[in-house]
Design a protein around this ligand. Structure first.
Ligand code: ATP
Ligand code: MG
Length: 266
C-alpha cells in the first residue's frame, strides 16, 4: 500500500499547554480515501483540521502531511507542500469584495505562472464541474448559500490537490442542497482520486461519503472504522451519535429549560 497522505503519531493539539483539546491522536489517512471526522460541537474537529493543514503547531507528537513534517519546513518548502492540499473552511472564507472568478483564480495566480486567459478558462471550467456555470462575475454575497459552498469547493480544488479538507461543507444548507453537494464531493473524489477529510454532523452525508469515520469525544479519538463498524460500536459516545441519543449537554439544557418553565408564572 502507498504511504499514507497524513499520519498523526501520539499527537496532542490545542492552543498551548494549558488549553489541550485532543490527546493521543494516532491516525493514518490513505491516498484516495474519504475520511469523516465526527464529534459533538467543541470536541476539537476544527482544531485537528487546523493542525493537519499547517495552521496550528501541535503541542507534542508528530504529524506528517504528504510525507513531510510541515512545521519543521522553511516557509517556502511549506508552501510547496500546502499547495498540494485544498481547504474548504467552516465559514466559507471567500473574499467578499472579490468576484467568484477572482476568488477561485487566487490560488492559480499565487502558485502558477499561467497566462490570464488560461486561468480564466480554468475557473470557468471548474465552475461547470461544481455545477454553477456562469456565476463567475457575481460576488459571493450575490449567490445562494449552497452556491457559495460550491464556489469555495471550486477554489479549494483548482490546483488539483492531493488532499481536500472540508470543515462542515453542508452546514446551514437544506437537506436536498446538502445531498447535492455531497454527490459533487463524491464525484470529485472519484474523478481526481484525491483524499478528503470531511468534518460533518450529518449522518446521511457520512453514509454517502465516508470510507472511514473517526469519532472524537472527551479529548481523544474514541473509535475509527467504517460506518457499519461504528454503528455497532458499544462505546457510549459513538453509540449515541449513530442512534441519535441526545448528549448529557443537551439533557442539561433540557433540565434548565424545564426549570424555567416551572418557574414561569402562568
Ligand atoms: N483560537 C482558539 N484559542 C483557544 N481556544 C480555542 C480556539 N479555537 C477554538 N478553541 C476551543 O477549542 C475547543 C475545540 O474547538 P473546535 O473549534 O475545534 O471545535 P469543533 O469540534 O470544530 O466544534 P464545532 O462542531 O462547533 O465547529 C473549543 O472549546 C473552543 O472554544
Ligand atoms: Mg468546527
Amino acid at each position: 500500500m502507498s504511504e499514507p497522505v497524513i499520519t498523526c503519531k501520539d499527537l496532542v493539539c490545542g492552543y498551548g499547554e494549558n488549553a489541550v483539546i485532543l490527546e493521543d491522536v494516532n491516525l493514518e489517512i490513505h491516498r484516495g480515501e474519504i475520511l469523516a471526522l465526527l464529534g459533538g460541537s467543541g470536541c476539537g474537529k476544527s482544531t485537528l483540521l487546523k493542525t493537519m493543514v499547517g495552521l496550528l503547531p501541535p503541542i507534542s507528537g508528530e504529524i506528517r502531511l504528504l510525507g513531510h513534517d510541515v512545521y519543521s519546513l522553511s516557509s517556502t518548502e511549506r508552501r510547496q507542500v500546502l499547495k498540494r492540499t485544498g481547504m474548504l473552511f467552516q465559514y466559507g472564507a471567500l473574499f467578499g469584495s472579490m468576484t467568484n472568478m477572482d476568488n477561485i483564480a487566487l490560488p492559480l495566480r499565487q502558485h502558477t505562472n499561467l497566462p490570464e486567459p488560461v486561468i480564466q478558462e480554468a475557473v470557468r471550467q471548474r465552475l461547470g464541474l461544481v455545477g454553477i456555470k456562469g456565476l463567475e462575475h457575481r460576488l459571493p454575497a450575490d449567490v445562494s448559500g449552497g452556491q457559495r459552498k460550491r464556489v469555495a469547493l471550486a477554489r479549494a480544488s483548482i490546483l488539483d490537490p492531493e488532499i481536500v479538507f472540508c470543515d462542515e461543507p453542508s452546514a446551514g444548507l437544506d437537506p436536498i442542497v446538502a445531498a447535492g453537494l455531497d454527490q459533487t464531493l463524491r464525484r470529485f473524489q472519484r474523478l481526481f482520486g484525491m483524499s478528503m477529510i470531511i468534518v460533518t454532523h450529518e449522518l446521511e452525508s457520512i453514509k454517502i461519503l465516508a470510507d472511514r469515520v473517526v469519532m472524537l469525544a472527551d479529548g481523544v479519538v474514541q473509535a475509527i472504522g467504517t460506518v457499519d463498524e461504528l454503528s455497532e460500536s458499544p462505546i457510549e459516545a459513538v453509540y449515541n451519535f449513530f442512534h441519535r441519543i441526545p448528549t448529557d449537554y443537551a439533557e442539561e439544557g433540557e433540565t434548565v429549560l424545564e426549570s424555567l418553565e416551572v418557574a414561569r408564572p402562568t
